[in-house]
Write a protein that binds this ligand. Structure first.
Ligand code: GDD
Length: 342
C-alpha cells in the first residue's frame, strides 16, 4: 500500500536521461528531497534542459554502451531510466529505427543493475505501447492497462516500449530486481523542446500562437484536421506520480496521464485564450504526422493502487508552459536546445 512518508530520501540515485525534459525535472525534485544524484545523458552539456551542479553529472554518455552502464551503476540504490531517443509525432513517425535502438539502453541498464545488485529500477514507458486499433476514433474511452494486449503498438517507438516493459518484468521474475513501469501520456511543461522537430503538440502549438501573435500573422498551421484527441499531463504531476509509483509495491505497467480529453482544436482555443488573441485562422495540414485518432488515459488503477490523482488542469498547465516558451523565445528566438541525429 501507498505510504505517505516518502522513503526516497538520502538515497544514491542514478537518473539516465537527466538532460532531457522529464529527467531534468526529476533530478530537481530528488535533489530537493535530499538525495544524492548521479545524472547522465547522451547529450553534451550544452543541450541539457536543466543542469544541476549539486549532482554528479555525466555529459555525452551513451548507455547503448554497456561499459558506461556498469561504470555509473556502481554503488547506486535506485535507477530511473528516463532515456530514449524520442519526440512528438513529427519525430517518432520518421525515425523508427532510431527509436527502436533505445532497447539497448534499457537492456544494458537492467544487466548492469542485476550485476551490481541495485535495489529498484524504474522504466519510463509510453501510451504508444497501447494497441492502436483501440485508438481509431476521437473521444474514445480511456485506455486501461490491459488494452496493451493483444499487441499492436505504435510502429517503431511503441514496439520498443512494449518490449522493454516485458524485459523489466522478466528481470524481476528471474533475477529479483524490483521494477516499476509507468506508461506516460503526453507529458508537457517548461524546460522541454518547443521547436526543431521533436516537440509535441502542446509546446508546438504554444510556439505557433506566440509567433503568430508577435508577427501579426492571421493563420497558424495545424497537423491533421484538429479533431484528433489526446490527454496531456503537466510535468510536475508526472514526477509526483512517478515517485509515488516507485515507492509502491506495484510492478506491472501503470498509466501516468490525465483523463481530461480534448481535441487539438480545443487545446488551440485554450492557448489562444491564454495569449489574449481572439482566434487565428487554421491551416489544417492533412499530410503531416497525425498518430492515433483518439487517446485518453483510464486512471482507475493508479487511483486504486496509489490513492492519488493529478490536480493541475490543462488550462493552468498550458498557461505555465506558454509563459515559459514565450520568455525563451523572447530571449533566444528559437529553442536551440535540441539534439537531432547526426
Ligand atoms: N507535434 C505536433 N506539432 N503535433 C501537432 C501539431 C504540431 O504543430 N499540430 C497538430 N498536431 C497533432 C499531431 O498530428 C497529433 O495528432 C497530435 O497533435 C498529438 O501529437 P504529438 O503531441 O506530437 O504526439 P502524440 O500525442 O501522438 O504522441 C506523443 O505522446 C506519446 C505519449 O502519449 C509522443 O510524444 C509519443 O512519443 C509519446 O509516447
Amino acid at each position: 500500500m501507498f505510504n505517505n512518508n516518502f522513503m526516497i530520501k538520502s538515497k544514491k540515485i542514478l537518473i539516465v536521461g537527466a538532460g532531457g525534459f522529464i529527467g531534468g525535472h526529476l533530478v530537481n525534485r530528488l535533489l530537493k528531497d535530499g538525495n544524492s544524484i548521479v545524472a547522465s545523458d547522451i547529450k553534451p552539456k550544452e543541450y541539457w534542459f536543466q543542469d544541476f551542479p549539486e549532482a554528479e553529472n555525466h555529459y555525452a554518455m551513451d548507455m547503448k554502451d554497456i561499459s558506461n552502464c556498469r561504470k555509473v551503476v556502481e554503488n547506486i540504490d535506485y535507477v530511473f531510466n528516463m532515456a530514449c531517443n524520442m519526440g512528438g509525432m513529427g519525430f517518432i513517425e520518421n525515425n523508427k529505427a532510431e527509436c527502436m535502438q533505445s532497447v539497448l539502453i534499457n537492456t544494458n541498464l537492467l544487466i548492469a543493475c542485476k550485476e551490481k545488485k541495485v535495489q529498484r529500477y524504474f522504466f519510463s514507458s509510453s501510451a504508444c505501447a497501447y494497441n492502436t486499433t483501440k485508438q481509431k476514433d476521437v473521444f474514445i474511452e480511456g485506455l486501461k492497462e490491459e488494452d496493451a494486449y493483444p499487441a499492436n503498438p505504435e510502429d517503431g517507438y511503441g514496439w520498443e516500449k512494449l518490449f522493454s516493459e516485458r524485459m523489466c518484468r522478466h528481470f524481476q521474475e528471474d533475477y529479483g530486481l524490483e521494477v516499476r513501469v509507468a506508461r506516460y501520456h503526453n507529458i508537457y511543461g517548461p524546460y522541454g523542446t518547443y521547436d526543431g522537430g521533436r516537440e509535441k503538440a502542446p509546446a508546438a502549438l504554444c510556439r505557433k500562437v506566440i509567433l503568430a501573435k508577435k508577427e501579426n500573422l492571421e493563420t497558424i498551421d495545424v497537423w491533421g484536421d484538429g479533431q484528433q484527441t489526446r490527454t496531456f499531463l503537466y510535468v510536475d504531476e508526472c514526477v509526483e506520480g512517478t515517485l509515488r509509483l516507485f515507492e509502491s509495491n506495484h510492478s506491472d505497467p501503470i498509466n501516468i496521464g490525465s483523463d481530461e480529453q480534448v481535441s487539438i482544436n480545443q487545446m488551440i482555443e485554450m492557448i489562444e485564450n491564454i495569449s489574449g488573441v481572439n482566434s487565428f485562422n487554421k491551416n489544417y495540414q492533412l499530410d503531416k504526422p497525425k498518430g492515433v485518432r483518439g487517446r485518453s488515459s483510464n486512471n482507475d488503477l493508479i487511483k486504486k493502487v496509489l490513492n492519488w490523482s493529478y490536480k493541475m488542469s490543462l488550462k493552468d498547465g498550458l498557461s505555465k508552459t506558454y509563459k515559459w516558451i514565450e520568455s525563451e523565445m523572447n530571449q533566444k528566438g528559437s529553442n536551440i536546445n535540441r539534439f537531432t541525429k547526426s
